[in-house]
Design a protein around this ligand. Structure first.
Ligand SMILES: NC(=O)c1ccc[n+]([C@@H]2O[C@H](COP(=O)([O-])OP(=O)(O)OC[C@H]3O[C@@H](n4cnc5c(N)ncnc54)[C@H](OP(=O)(O)O)[C@@H]3O)[C@@H](O)[C@H]2O)c1
Length: 319
């Protein structure tokens, strides 16, 4: 297929493009930041600069490129630090998920594009009652924490608009597998504590596995939602000490809810204590997806074991 990948220069885009090409697809890859054209080209795609928030430019790029499929992987989370003002931190990404998705869907309709896959999110979105692990049919949180209402609404908009148009929304787990990741820095510095009982359940996914599932969804997924997460949703009290150890950091501190609320806000407390994880049964069953890293237990080691502070220091010092 001729595939138009929006966000080809990003964390998942750079994993996805080579996998698409290896499967025989032709890829047009968009980027936003100057200097990323070479990066996208080196991956084997035809680079196109595109601001997804410019609907006229989106229309023109899609009509000119004449793709058979579109994959929307654009987010703007590189400087994500402030969890306290969650919606403010996610404001640009929320626009990419609402206005950006709408512009792409309109262009896809006009260009007669048959397949549409977009990035959504699974962790901390499902209703905070009942069991710890949720399927795509389980209800989303009807009362999101106030600080993340806009972000929740933007993700819901993407899910609904894409599936109503006959496309696929992939609810990914928390991505891992790249070194430039704010969470790693926080864990290394001891700024990521276990809040309360640490019972908030996270679902993770290695970026390579996320990209593999995306290719399969594009090729033969059914319209609808798929959770793209690993086999082991786990509470913070289980996975965080393992990640800290792999990174060569001190074991995480434990802090009471009130203190976490004060410093990090309600969203951090909710994620650390009440969040629910997601099940990947549907994606495995329907897409024939097998994971290279079925659990974060092996995945964290594969991704980060060679990046302990000493190793990093040596790499930086090397000529
Ligand atoms: N499920 C998850 O856990 C999840 C989801 C998303 C991101 N993240 C994490 O967040 C961190 C940073 O991610 P990120 O989202 O900032 O960066 P990213 O993954 O590096 O970039 C996302 C892509 O969107 C493109 N983009 C940004 N603004 C755009 C716009 N207005 N129009 C069109 N394309 C646009 C970027 O282009 P340029 O690079 O050319 O600017 C890039 O190709 C990474 O560690 C990533 O793993 C995690």
């Amino acid at each position: 297929m001729r595939v138009f990948v929006v966000g080809a220069s990003g964390a998942i885009g750079t994993r996805l493009v080579p996998q698409l090409i290896a499967r025989g697809h032709e890829v047009i890859g968009t980027f936003r930041s100057p200097g990323n054209a070479e990066r996208v080209q080196a991956l084997g795609a035809k680079p196109i600069v595109l601001n997804l928030l410019d609907a006229r430019a989106v229309r023109k790029a899609v009509l000119d490129s004449k793709p058979e499929a579109i994959v929307h992987q654009a987010t703007a989370l590189a400087d994500l630090r402030d969890f306290k003002h969650f919606d403010r931190s996610f404001a640009q990404t929320n626009r990419l998920r609402t206005e950006g998705t709408d512009a792409l869907l309109a262009a896809a309709r006009e260009a007669g594009v048959r397949r549409f896959v977009a990035q959504s999110f699974a962790s901390a979105r499902y209703a905070r009652g009942g069991g710890p692990v949720k399927t795509e049919d389980d209800p989303l949180d009807p009362t999101p924490v106030a600080a993340m209402r806009e972000t929740s609404a933007a993700m819901r908009h993407l899910d609904e608009a894409v599936t109503a148009a006959g496309g696929i929304a992939l609810r990914y787990g928390g991505f891992y597998g790249i070194l430039k990741d704010g969470m790693l820095e926080a864990v290394r510095k001891g700024f990521f504590p276990i809040v309360g009982d640490g019972g908030g359940v996270f679902s993770f996914i290695h970026l390579d596995d996320a990209a593999a599932a995306t290719v399969l969804a594009l090729e033969h997924g059914r319209a609808g939602i798929y959770n793209i997460v690993d086999d082991e949703p786990a509470p913070v009290r289980e996975w965080l000490p393992v990640l800290a150890s792999v990174l060569g950091a001190k074991p995480p501190r434990r802090v009471p809810r009130w203190l976490a609320r004060l410093f990090a806000g309600d969203v951090a407390v909710m994620m650390g204590t009440e969040a629910r994880g997601a099940s990947n049964a549907k994606a495995k069953r329907e897409l024939g997806w097998t994971l290279r890293y079925p659990s974060w237990r092996q995945g964290f080691v594969a991704a980060y074991a060679s990046t302990t502070p000493r190793t990093e220091a040596r790499l930086i010092e090397a000529p």
